[in-house]
Design a protein around this ligand. Structure first.
Ligand code: CS2
Ligand code: MG
Length: 402
């Protein structure tokens, strides 16, 4: 069996998605997600200019060797762009392999450890009252875990909180929008927000919160300690992912669980965090973390240290990634929770999905492979449209961290 061809499909049904389609000489094809928010064309170019020509003629069932050909075999390793391309290749090859064996992907990853996976929704409000209303709306839809983000009094833009639409999209058309941020105002507000959410909705709902790397270690420690009474499921990205040692300070002083790693792309980003048990959940998704091959190894590595998974699943990752993530989540023992926001309806005109949300959980059917298909004609009706994630400045103008 040989890879006969491959192509990259870039489509924008509301937002840009990059999909790799790998064809084989026996007529079976596989799909992989290569979407990297704001850098879609860059990944597509790497795939088209190097990866696809290098793939042709290889046996698609050799997922391990092909992964190492593109990773270990390359002089220039890691990086978000390269790893998104490798991830898409790997996902598509696992799709092919499980289609060849006529079985859903989870069966090749250890079979089912559970029948359904716990997911968390997003409640993003302009201010405290709006946020409370949105938590209520998500709860009414059946979610039992909700991530709570709110506009902060005195800060003009809160990341990911839209002023005019109800769907979630942190990227804006064109070049990056400049947003302004004041950590002291946020630190004063966040505990008040969670106090109100707990008072209104009680203890029976899991609450999550994302700091988006905006704190220094000492600020994050204050936040983690002050949020303790509200028993968060997790506090995400409290400090920059680059500053791993910073997690030691938070860990020593607070019992608030920590999730980190949506911007990571290799197990080597995790070695300090995992071996020192500085975090509780890993966030790197298949689309950015080397596909199924590498993420399974990373999850198994975390499992040895009693660390669970909570993979990134924002709507800027395509349904192909979400479905692949569900298969992995079903199979591994140390599954924790999965991020889930439904895509806009237009996305489902392009991608035909096989997963379903019910009563706080996601299930997937038994279609062989990953189970997602793409309507290429529909995809071509939504051409690429440039969009970028914002940049942040402190209110005095200083360029600020992500
Ligand atoms: C967020 C995302 O889902 C999350 O936890 O941090 O909104 C993330 O910022 C975007 O997916 C970036 O593209
Ligand atoms: Mg996040």
């Amino acid at each position: 069996m040989k890879i006969s061809d491959a192509k990259v499909i870039v489509s924008c049904p509301g937002r840009n998605f990059v999909t790799l389609k790998i064809f084989t000489d026996n007529g079976i094809y596989g799909l992989g997600d290569a979407t990297l928010n704001g850098m879609e064309k860059t990944v597509a170019t790497y795939l088209e200019s190097f990866c696809i020509p290098a793939l042709i003629g290889k046996d698609p069932r050799n997922t391990e060797d092909i992964w190492h050909y593109f990773y270990r075999g390359s002089y220039w390793k890691r990086g978000s762009v390269t790893m998104a391309a490798i991830s898409a290749i790997d996902m598509a090859l696992w799709d092919i392999k499980s289609k060849v064996l006529n079985t859903p992907l989870y069966n090749l990853l250890g079979g089912k450890s559970r029948e359904k996976i716990l997911v968390y929704a997003h409640a993003n409000g302009k201010d405290l009252d709006d946020t409370l209303e949105r938590v209520g709306l998500e709860k009414d839809k059946g979610f039992i875990a909700i991530r709570v983000q709110s506009g902060v009094p005195g800060i003009p833009d809160a990341y990911g909180v839209s002023k005019d639409t109800r769907f979630y999209e942190p990227a804006h058309k064109g070049l990056p929008q400049e947003e302004y941020w004041e950590t002291s105002k946020y630190l004063n507000f966040a505990p008040k927000l969670f106090e109100r959410v707990r008072k209104t909705f009680g203890e029976d709902i899991h609450l999550l919160h994302d700091v988006h790397h905006r704190c220094t270690p000492i600020e994050a420690t204050r936040l983690a300690k002050e949020l303790e009474p509200f028993h968060l499921f997790w506090l995400e990205d409290p400090v920059s992912g680059e500053l791993q040692e910073g997690l030691r300070l938070i860990r020593k002083q607070s019992s608030t669980p920590i999730a980190i790693g949506e911007v990571f792309n290799s197990v080597y980003d995790y070695t300090t965090l995992v071996t020192e048990q500085l975090i509780d959940y890993i966030r790197m998704p298949p689309v950015h973390g080397g596909g199924i091959t590498h993420l399974k190894k990373t999850a198994d590595f975390a499992s040895i240290y009693h660390i669970q998974t909570g993979f990134h699943g924002a709507t800027d990752l395509s349904p192909v990634n979400l479905a692949a993530t569900i298969h992995l989540n079903l199979a591994i023992n140390n599954f924790g929770i999965q991020e889930y926001m439904p895509h806009q309806d237009r996305v489902h005109e392009v991608f035909k999905i096989n997963y379903q949300f019910k009563d706080g959980y996601l299930c997937i059917d038994d279609t062989p492979g990953i189970g997602i298909d793409i309507d290429e004609e529909k995809a071509s009706e939504y051409p690429y449209s440039m969009a970028s994630l914002p940049v942040n400045r402190k209110t005095d103008g200083t360029m600020f961290y992500w």
